[in-house]
Design a protein around this ligand. Structure first.
Ligand SMILES: O=c1[nH]c(=O)c2[nH]c(=O)[nH]c2[nH]1
Length: 287
């Protein structure tokens, strides 16, 4: 049987790049997902394992980060063209580059605070038993927020397995999942309390100088209870979406908290509740 190599391409898929442009105290954010596919003289690598024509996918990922540092991101079409042109211009074995970029929108919530555009889900769980007892828990999930500064984490326990460096200025990002329990027998305006709680959560996230996500969680819960008198308890689940500064020194570039690798897992998961001292018994509300 005679066979031959068919169409092929290879590259680094879904390089997640978050680029912060610091314009004095006002910061600008670009959040993109870059997928590169290169093709060209790839007979040898497939047929004999000779890698001489192969630009490693790891290099392709590094190029994305280095280009962000060197040229900025700008319009995603321009960034993609710059990357694709680079690979075909500099590597004779690469005849074709396909670069696909997704951009995730962020709306401004403060000079250095952003709310991910869209994606947020409003939720509720109600119980109503035969005796007429009712509980209402409202909530939201996937409210993705990020602070480009105003977050520290240090002073934690250290043992023989601790490698985390103390941070005095880090990116703090999370996808807020919150549920809150309505108190009292009167039917509130759920629309109003939703807007109140959502606004309070965002204000507290943006406005708290954070020494830990735990501290931010408490501040968010406290603000929600202070802002929306009809609720008596709030439970928050905050995944810590870690952003690690990329080491660009191999490319002769510095990185003063500008180019980050947005890790998706593993992530810290910070969960907790805040409730009024006089909150009535929850009964089956959380079941
Ligand atoms: O805000 C944080 N809380 C933690 O408990 C923790 N643990 C960790 O590694 N990083 C962080 N950040």
């Amino acid at each position: 049987m005679t066979v031959r190599l068919g169409a092929n391409r290879y590259g680094k898929a879904e390089t997640r790049l978050v680029h912060v442009v610091r314009d004095g105290p006002v910061h600008h954010l670009k959040d993109v997902n870059v997928s590169i596919s290169l093709s060209g003289d790839m007979e040898a690598v497939h047929l004999t394992g000779d890698n001489a024509a192969v630009l490693p996918t790891d290099t392709q990922k590094n190029t994305v980060y280095a280009f962000a540092r060197r040229h900025g991101v700008g319009e995603i079409e321009e960034f993609a063209l710059r990357l694709a042109g680079h690979f075909t211009a500099t590597q004779p074995t690469i005849q074709h580059a396909r670069v696909e970029i997704e951009e995730y929108g962020w709306n401004r919530a403060g000079p250095h605070s952003f709310v991910r555009a869209g994606g947020e889900v409003r939720t509720c769980v109600v119980h109503h038993d035969r005796d007429g007892r009712r509980t209402v828990v409202s909530g939201l999930t996937d409210l993705v927020v990020l602070n480009t500064t105003g977050s520290e984490f240090h002073g934690y326990l250290v043992d023989e397995y601790t490698t985390l460096p103390p941070a005095t200025d880090r990116v703090l990002a999370t996808a807020v999942a919150a549920r809150w329990r309505h108190a009292g027998d009167e039917t509130p305006s759920y629309a109003t309390s939703y807007e109140e709680v959502r606004g309070a959560l965002l204000d507290a996230f943006a406005g708290t100088h954070s020494l830990s996500l735990q501290q931010t969680l408490y501040a968010m819960g406290e603000r929600a209870l202070a802002t929306s008198p009809g609720i008596c308890e709030i439970r928050l689940s905050l995944p810590n979406r870690h952003h690690f500064a990329v080491d660009l020194s191999p490319f002769g570039l510095d990185n003063d908290n500008e180019v980050f690798y947005a890790a998706d897992r593993p992530y810290g998961l910070i969960e907790g509740g805040v409730l009024r001292e006089d909150a009535p018994d929850a009964g089956f509300a959380w079941e």
